[in-house]
Write a protein that binds this ligand. Structure first.
Ligand code: COA
Length: 152
């Protein structure tokens, strides 16, 4: 697990724009995974789970509860974007969630995140919003949009 935590953090540190403060620190990821209701997936440069000595280039982190699974984080190293790895990770998330009897995926995204096109083409649709929920480092406020995707 320590290796995978290292792999997740290596992607975390390059995938998320610090302006939005979305990246988690190591302790937050470690704590989430210690609870047992959180799950993660890794992808290597070849679109497969990384081999033992290989770094990850993308990951997801999710949390299961009450028949739903929330995507907490999805990140791909910028050098490897646009190759379908984000979509691959969403497929892996859905596959794993189905195995846990989950019928609906959820996620929350800041308005304007370009990832929206990926989420929508995967089957996510908007179910609500929280006005000015996120506060950026520069003080600007951005709405949060909640998306769901039925997989049951
Ligand atoms: C979102 C993210 C994981 C997508 O990873 P990716 O490997 O580039 O995704 P894919 O290659 O599978 O892209 C799938 C589709 O979404 C579109 N897309 C994904 N990210 C996009 C972006 N940043 N800008 C424009 N389009 C994007 C692609 O054009 C592609 O469409 P297509 O299949 O019709 O060509 C990656 O951009 C990322 O790490 N972003 C920063 C972290 C983040 O904001 N995560 C989401 C919120 S937690």
């Amino acid at each position: 697990m320590t290796d995978d935590l290292d792999r997740i953090m290596a992607v975390m540190n390059v995938a998320f724009d610090p302006a939005y403060g979305e990246a988690w620190n190591r302790r937050q990821v470690e704590d989430a995974l210690a609870f047992g209701n959180c799950h993660y997936g890794l992808v290597g440069a070849q679109g497969m789970p990384p081999l033992e000595d290989e770094p990850a280039v993308g990951f997801f982190l999710s949390r299961t509860g009450f028949g739903e699974e929330e995507l907490l984080l999805l990140g791909v190293n910028p050098e490897f974007r646009g190759q379908g790895l984000g979509r691959h990770l969403l497929n892996e998330l859905a596959k794993g969630a189905k195995g846990r009897d989950v019928s609906r995926l959820l996620l929350e995204m800041r308005r304007g995140n370009p990832a929206e096109s990926l989420y929508r083409s995967f089957g996510f649709y908007s179910i609500g919003e929280r006005r000015e929920y996120y506060r950026l480092q520069n003080g600007e406020r951005i709405d949060a949009i909640t998306f769901a995707c039925d997989i049951g």
